[in-house]
Ligand binder design. Sequence first.
Ligand code: F6R
Length: 605
Amino acid sequence: MCGIVGYTGIQNAAPVLLEGLRKLEYRGYDSAGMAVVQDGRIAVSKVTGRIAGLVEKTEDGRLLPGTTGVGHTRWATHGAPTEPNAHPHTSNDGRFAVVHNGIIENYMELREELTRKGYHFESETDTEVVVHLVEMYYKGNLKQAVMRTSARLQGSYALGIVCADEPGKIFAVREASPLILGIGIGENYFASDVTALVAYTRNAIYLEDGEFAELTPDGIQVYDCAGRPIQKKISRITWDIQAAEKGGYDHFMLKEIMEQPRAVKATMAPRIKGSDIVLDDVDIDLKQINKIVITACGSAYYAGCAAKYAIEKLCRIPVLTELASELRYSDPLIDGHTLLIVLSQSGETADTIAAMRECKSRGAKTLAVVNVVGSTIAKTADWCLYTWAGPEIAVATTKGYTTQLTVLYLFALYAARKLETIDDAAYRKLLTSLKALPKLLQQALDMNPNITQLAKKYHCAYSMFFIGRNTDYAVALEGALKMKEISYIHAESYAAGELKHGTIALIHEGQPVIALCCNDSITEKTMSNIVEVKARGAEVLAVAFKDNQKIVSLADDMIFIPKVNTLFSAAVEIVPLQILAYHVAKENGCDIDKPKNLAKSVTVE
Ligand code: F6R
């Protein structure tokens, strides 16, 4: 939930740390801080609020000279976003500083123990126990102190630790929280995510759980949890710097919405060879699978809800969609004949990881669909299909969602062919429809210049309803989430047929209802629901195919999408809803890329 970064080398560390923190700010943005080792002491600067405040307070880092340091941007879990609770945390003797991403689950007992031993706590955080443990265990050897400290910690943690007595040295520790090392020349780095590293190096080492690293300007040594040196593979970072910048757009979210045709193409094209779909190294024995369970959180879960229709329809295998936070505690009926599909943009969502581990322990075969290369979910699954969307920085996902759908559509078609549940002609026809998606997404982006006007009309709404049936309902779920998380307007999604079982009582004069009507087989039914809500005064904004004249005559306002095969329509249909949410949020003056109370990567339960 937080971002951490570290630098040791020849330059002043603070400007490098600030640059890294800017890139990591999407991970948490309620407070920030840096600690730099200088002249045998550690200087710390912290602010509440954004990185910009830290830039100002340290005069672009100039007030914190020194060539080794660690930085942090926080999404508060333990304790309010105050300066004392901001990281880095320092030891009572001021000789050590620690930054942390994750949660120390046994911090209460450690805090009691350390308090009894005379250590004084300045914050309410779980993290502070770490720095006092390091001080307690330090007997002139930081590596030993770090190992003894790690052995006492339960939970998830990526740590960066510096010591005034060992200048030029940083220890970086990983347990169930992402941590990547960047290799430079005469300088080395660590960060929670490669976006903070790409400006400096393309050579990276992905730490595994239980490993820790010693960084000096001259090199990086990785150790296993027993302190034995280990050789690690150096990976090449393929994301470029521009991908992590706004590129002329006002917001990352808008840039990422616009990137969707390209991202979907990048995800799909390498996997279609002639008339074959080639899914990397996936060699699932599909004939042994009698049930598919899709699990994820938030938008990723909604991508699963939308793709369920395509997989069931094409493969004739029952597909259950389960929220990861529920699945993990549900004593799930899963066995060796279950294929668990795990969706996650970040690959680090705590509930999703836990659900996957629970199902794996019951014998499920696991297929991950992940964007961040080398992430925990990617590594834990039996097979991984990456969504080649590039870095997604805006907290609200857009291209993450559409590329997840793309992979699932590819999978549905691939599996149907393997299982022989569709004939060759149907397969070829569907493959042609699938290949058209990037072009159709581009059309969906281009064909609604009126959305800015619609946003001006709807931005004052107190609440909105998103209704639809079947695949349209799945899109309604994601459309409503986009609207509420960035515009702060209450939005609810309803299976249109459910309205009259209670919710229609809430429809009143002027109530906005967004009606999704892009599923030909059932549009007539949704149109009846439009008539019903209109009869009670609702203001209806319908989303439909360009040629649907009947809806034009019913609805107050229209958004059009190009004609697309119903099985794959969700990927196209969501695009104008993303744009609508974006412009409504803009009208309302919201912080679109960093909505309040949220963080990009939810690495806590
Ligand atoms: C909403 C959003 C979240 C994520 C969810 C899962 O716009 O981004 O709902 O979809 O937190 O995150 P990942 O996909 O990283 O597991």
